[in-house]
Design a protein around this ligand. Structure first.
Ligand code: PEP
Ligand code: MN
Length: 264
């Protein structure tokens, strides 16, 4: 994955200060909500503001996102705060709209990574882009499927390619929403050291009070960054209410992670 060296170097430089942080709500809900969260996050370690505007839900009947209008809210948030912007894309039309609106980082969701045809469609639509593209692990614990998706993006000459570890579905009972199976991500990291690895403790834990410990484990394993769902009123979020933290809690998590690191 030689052509990914520039992104690797940029992230390594960034890491001298702190790992890259992507934060913001699971879903964009209203323009006011996106702008308020952006302002509350702007003077922090957050580099990218995330907000899902197309939400692939497991069961029908849940909130499926505000759609393309949310791209304008993200653009406005960037203009007002300087935060870079990030959203999920799940088909060619999403990619075209996100590129038209100059979104800085596009991620592929866990339910898309499982599907080679959809991954190929998204990769073709993104061909040659210098936007950051992050591929979440597939919902099932299948390293080859994850690697296959990354290879499709690599072949499409995506220059700034990374992956997000968000845990894996399990039928059995677990304290996690999606069990981390750290070894799968560590195997990925060992095989592809040029591809930055970001941890998503929000979707791994499903619970806000476990975000810190999973983030710390990821940093101890030398991950390159964190994606943490953040909302000023988590309990009333339109999706993933139980796992979102407030901007204040996020700041506290950063402080505690640093203190622990300094003590090591
Ligand atoms: C999300 O990031 O809000 C999301 C839907 O994640 P995942 O694809 O990991 O379930
Ligand atoms: Mn979510």
């Amino acid at each position: 994955m030689e052509n990914n060296k520039e992104f690797r170097t940029w992230l390594d430089d960034h890491k001298l200060e702190h790992p890259i942080v992507i934060a913001g709500p699971c879903s964009a809900e209203t323009e006011e909500q996106v702008l308020r969260i952006a302002h509350e996050l702007k003077d922090s370690d957050v580099t990218y503001l995330r907000a899902g505007i197309w939400k692939p839900r497991t069961r029908p009947g849940n909130f499926e996102g505000v759609g393309a209008i949310g791209l304008k809210w993200l653009q406005k948030a960037k203009a007002e705060t300087g935060l870079l912007t990030a959203t999920e894309v799940a088909n060619r039309a999403h990619v075209e709209l996100a590129l038209e609106h100059d979104i800085d980082l596009l991620w592929i969701g866990a339910r898309s990574t499982v599907s080679p045809f959809i991954v190929q469609e998204i990769a073709d639509a993104l061909k040659g882009t210098d936007k950051v593209v992050l591929v979440k692990n597939p919902v099932n614990p299948d390293l080859a499927l994850w690697i296959g998706a990354v290879e499709r993006f690599h072949t499409a000459d995506i220059k700034n390619l990374g992956v997000i570890h968000r845990g894996f579905s399990t039928y059995g009972k677990s304290k996690y929403r999606n069990i981390p199976e750290w070894q799968i991500a560590v195997d990925f990291q060992t095989r592809f050291p040029d591809i930055p690895l970001i941890c998503d403790p929000s979707h791994i834990t499903g619970k806000r009070d476990m975000i810190f410990e999973v983030s710390q484990t990821a940093l101890d394993l030398n991950y390159d960054g964190l994606m943490i769902e953040t909302h000023y009123d988590p309990d009333n979020a339109w999706s993933d209410a139980a796992q979102q933290v407030t901007p204040e809690t996020l700041l506290q998590i950063f402080q505690d992670l640093r203190i622990r690191k300094e003590q090591d």
